[in-house]
Design a protein around this ligand. Structure first.
Ligand SMILES: [Zn+2]
Length: 184
């Protein structure tokens, strides 16, 4: 099992658009396995390739056992709006309310190259939208009000020194009773 370093806010990798995967190789499948291992080690429910420094359209999610590998995903339908609190593995200990579609249908490929569609609401629907945003350089803090974002950023300025080089080494973190169940 290989745990990848997670890039945190400030790393330019998080703000880059990603490129579609052209071919699903063994190397790519191994990388996807490492993404799952890293997500579980960090106690997250979703992880996108830019969060571990790769600029390809790949994300993984596991929301209460609903487990998906998303290669070249796109939202093909959405409806309604819903507001709920989100966090992100790349912005540790920061949370904020985000309004998103209440229900989405995503079309993607799995690691076998098979195209599938998933329609989801509640936490899975939110997680899918959050991860797809990562593939386009967008972060949940972009949705916060100016005031909330300003307070989040000044808090982050004080704590970013905990992550030299914008790297979060999950394997080295001490596990404590912290509030991480919402990090995507
Ligand atoms: Zn995230």
């Amino acid at each position: 099992m290989k745990i990848l370093d997670i890039r945190v806010l400030g790393d330019p990798a998080l703000r880059k658009d990603t490129t579609p995967v052209a071919e699903i190789t063994d190397e790519l499948r191994a990388f996807i396995g490492e993404m799952f291992d890293t997500m579980y080690a960090a106690e997250g429910i979703g992880l996108a390739a830019p969060q571990v420094g790769r600029s390809e359209q790949i994300a993984v999610v596991d929301v209460e056992g609903a487990k998906y590998t998303l290669i070249n995903p796109e939202i093909i339908a959405d409806e309604g709006t819903a507001r709920a609190e989100e966090g992100c593995l790349s912005i540790p200990d920061v949370y904020g309310d985000v309004t998103r579609a209440s229900r989405v249908t995503v079309r993607a490929m799995n690691e076998l190259g098979e195209t599938y569609e998933v329609t989801a609401d509640e936490l899975l629907g939110r997680c899918l939208q959050h991860e797809l945003d990562h593939l386009h350089g967008k972060l949940f803090i972009d949705y916060l009000s100016v005031l909330k974002r300003r307070s989040v950023m000044s808090d982050w300025e004080r704590r970013k020194g905990d992550y030299p080089g914008f790297i979060r080494r999950v394997a080295a973190e001490k596990k404590g009773p912290h509030h991480s169940e919402g990090e995507l």
